[in-house]
Design a protein around this ligand. Structure first.
Ligand code: C2G
Length: 129
């Protein structure tokens, strides 16, 4: 059983998120997604439109996702990888190189982001109406 893990805010769930999760699931048998809590987002300097509960419910509804856990801090990745027997940590290439220290405990993959779509672009477009 090859387990993949990723993390993110996943606010205003869009096709960029869907395509990433689809590609992540194709890397293995089970996909775990750590959804950033509202408190952790504040530490990331992000304010999500949807609260954690709603973002977690939306991500859980995605056919490619097998399990959702709360992402409460930067430092939980190593213990998550060990706890869930993760083979691959993967994330979009906007994070290229930022999680290479995880190579000590699993494969690390950076996948190309989907162009021309982001939660912040959606927010700024909607605010101009
Ligand atoms: N993503 C993508 N294409 C987009 C937008 C996002 O592939 N057009 C990917 C990002 O690269 C990331 C995931 O979707 O892998 C979630 O994106 P965000 O919600 O923006 O995640 P972020 O706030 O960067 O949090 O510890 C890791 C952080 O929690 C990542």
């Amino acid at each position: 059983m090859k387990i993949i893990i990723t993390y993110g805010t996943f606010d205003l769930f869009h096709v960029g998120h869907v395509r990433l999760l689809k590609r992540l699931k194709s890397l293995g048998d089970k996909l775990i997604v750590g959804v950033s809590t509202d408190e952790f987002n504040a530490r990331k300097g992000k304010v999500a439109f949807y609260n954690y509960h709603d973002r977690a419910e939306i991500v859980s509804s995605c056919q490619y996702v097998d399990k959702v856990i709360p992402e409460e801090g930067w430092e939980q990745k190593v213990s998550d990888i060990k706890e869930y027997g993760v083979s691959v940590f993967a994330i979009g290439d906007d994070w290229e190189g930022k999680f290479d220290e995880l190579k000590d405990c699993c494969n690390v993959v950076y996948l190309k982001r989907t162009e021309n779509i982001s939660s912040s672009l959606i927010k700024s477009t909607l605010s101009s109406f």
